[in-house]
Write a protein of this length. Structure first.
Ligand code: CDP
Ligand code: CDP
Length: 228
């Protein structure tokens, strides 16, 4: 079967990575969580006290960063490595989430990440989720999905996830983090979050993970047929 590129963009915590993982597993495609790359860069900046308003500091820091996705030996799921360290868990922390949108708005940071993302898509057979994948990274992707869900539902979903790891987290701080990130991500100058003109909208407010998977799989089947 012909392999294509599938992009999944959308608002924070609307289920993009859950869907992308389900699809990649089913199709034997590579899954790339582009947000993990921005989170790992942010973690590096925070740990090394990089002043990201200072261009030379940012350029030097980026030169010292190596990002890799390495499959977990047990689950097979790819995990984010920063300079050889597995940071998959720590990058999900709210401390990183508080700063990631600021860091991701920097032009040099985006060029650094986008060049690597485009490289990963060379042989197709890839599903990548993020904010600018259908608009900037793979503008010629065969299938572009734009995901959305009601704000309250998204907050509740992300809260449940974070609360499992840390019961001190509050619904209010998760809500304000999502609102802040969505605002910065959709208003920044470079590659703002927006729906590509040829993207298909998938609103999963009232869909289970199984239902969203079925809908997306049928979109992929159509896109593959059209691409032949
Ligand atoms: O999973 P969640 O929706 O919370 O976010 P994520 O996909 O892990 O992305 C974290 C942040 O990285 C976003 O809020 C954006 O600021 C940034 N990002 C981006 O600018 N471009 C992308 N392609 C992916 C993420
Ligand atoms: O990648 P993104 O930030 O868009 O979202 P996610 O991490 O895939 O999903 C956020 C949470 O919503 C996860 O805990 C999913 O299991 C959950 N989810 C859900 O409850 N129902 C859906 N239809 C999709 C996701």
């Amino acid at each position: 079967m012909k392999k294509i590129i599938v992009t999944i963009d959308g608002w924070s915590s609307c289920g993009k990575s859950t869907l992308a993982k389900q699809l990649a597993r089913k199709l034997g495609y590579i899954y790339v969580d582009s947000g993990a790359m921005y989170r790992a860069i942010t973690l590096y900046f925070l740990r090394n006290h990089i002043d990201w308003t200072d261009e030379p500091q940012v350029a030097e820091a980026l030169g010292n960063i190596t990002l890799e996705f390495v499959p977990n030996a047990k689950s097979g799921q790819s995990e984010m490595y920063l300079n050889g360290e597995n940071v998959e868990y720590v990058i999900r922390d709210l401390v990183v989430a508080e700063k990631v949108s600021e860091v991701a708005a920097i032009k040099e940071v985006r060029s650094f990440a986008v060049a690597q993302q485009q490289q990963m898509g060379r042989s197709k057979g890839i599903i990548m989720d993020g904010r600018d994948i259908g608009t900037v990274v793979f503008p010629h992707a065969e299938l572009k999905i734009f995901m959305t869900a009601d704000n309250a539902v998204r907050v509740e979903r992300r809260f449940r996830e974070l609360y499992e790891k840390n019961p001190n987290v509050s619904l209010e701080e998760v809500k304000s983090n999502l609102e802040m990130r969505d605002y910065i991500d959709s208003h920044r100058e470079v590659s703002p979050l927006r729906q590509a003109e040829d993207a298909i909208v998938l609103d999963n407010t009232n869909l289970t993970e199984e239902q969203q998977f079925r809908q997306a799989l049928s979109l992929i089947e159509k896109a593959v047929t059209a691409a032949v």
